[in-house]
Write a protein that binds this ligand. Structure first.
Ligand SMILES: Nc1ncnc2c1ncn2[C@@H]1O[C@H](COP(=O)(O)OP(=O)(O)OP(=O)(O)O)[C@@H](O)[C@H]1O
Ligand SMILES: [Mg+2]
Length: 243
């Protein structure tokens, strides 16, 4: 299998602008490789640095030091930790998608449009894009009366399903997904898991943060565990009972 992502000696420090300018070490010397086509789990207690690591890879956060080398579809390699903004934006547009735990809904844009818009910018007709979004909503059991409503008023679990639909239909090479099943019942959780497995089968690599043992066991090929910002192990996932 080819390497997709090579993270080396990654550090991230935050300075809190409070009296005394306290510093927080969120990531400390994190190094790992991610292979093309794998689902890599990321676990650890609240505050361990999971979202910070994911946001460094998506470059929402600029790492303090270290490198994040991504092997691109065109055969090139980009060091996301240092790449210019326009290069990062191009990678986000074409091959990397970040699905946060929360939906940052644009006011007064209906759910169907939030999801189908991503397909339309990639050349799909309005009808086709809307059809694919509806199919995804059906599979995730999002009630039909919500399809044309505004997600800013949705419950946490409903927003999560809109977010996941948008991520899945963008079919990126690398999907970063933070707690995709946290507020969902078991049946809907399994629907999300099935959809993510189909995405993997079509070639997407997935980095997945989860506290949920069921999601971890069904989805992940390997798992990285963070403790106080440092990686503690890299273990196979099957039969893991504890997260
Ligand atoms: N933008 C920020 N500014 C200052 N500190 C931050 C920032 N983002 C994260 N941190 C700090 O970095 C540490 C790691 O936070 P992070 O959000 O990565 O944890 P997490 O493992 O994702 O936790 P959770 O499971 O609760 O989501 C925490 O101490 C947090 O307070
Ligand atoms: Mg987090």
């Amino acid at each position: 299998m080819a390497t997709l992502l090579k993270v080396a000696n990654l550090h991230k420090e935050f300075t809190l602008f409070i009296p005394g300018a306290k510093k927080i070490r969120a990531l400390e010397n994190v190094s790992f490789d991610m292979e093309e086509g794998e689902i890599l789990g990321l676990t650890g207690k609240s505050g361990a640095g999971k979202s910070t690591l994911m946001k460094c890879i998506y470059r929402t956060y600029l790492p303090t030091s270290g490198s994040i080398r991504m092997h691109l579809a065109n055969g090139g390699v980009s060091n996301i930790a240092h790449a210019p903004e326009h290069e990062v934006l191009s990678i986000r547009r074409t091959e990397m998608h970040y699905c946060s735990q929360f939906l940052h809904a644009i006011p007064r844009v209906p759910a169907l449009e939030v999801v189908s818009e991503g397909l339309r910018v990639r050349g799909y007709s309005r009808e086709d894009a809307s059809g694919q979004a509806q199919k995804c909503f059906e599979r995730l059991a999002l009630p039909e009366e919500l399809w044309n409503a505004y997600p800013s008023t949705f419950s946490g679990g409903e927003q999560q399903r809109v977010n996941i639909s948008r991520a899945v239909l963008s079919r990126p090479r690398l999907l970063l997904v933070d707690e995709p099943t946290a507020s969902l019942d078991l049946k809907t959780k399994d629907a999300v898991i099935d959809i993510l497995l189909e995405l993997k089968a079509s070639g997407t690599s997935i980095l997945l943060i989860t506290h949920d043992a069921h999601t971890l066991n069904r989805l992940c090929d390997r798992c990285l565990h963070l403790e106080n910002g440092a990686l503690r192990n890299a273990v196979p996932v099957r039969n893991t009972e504890k997260v």
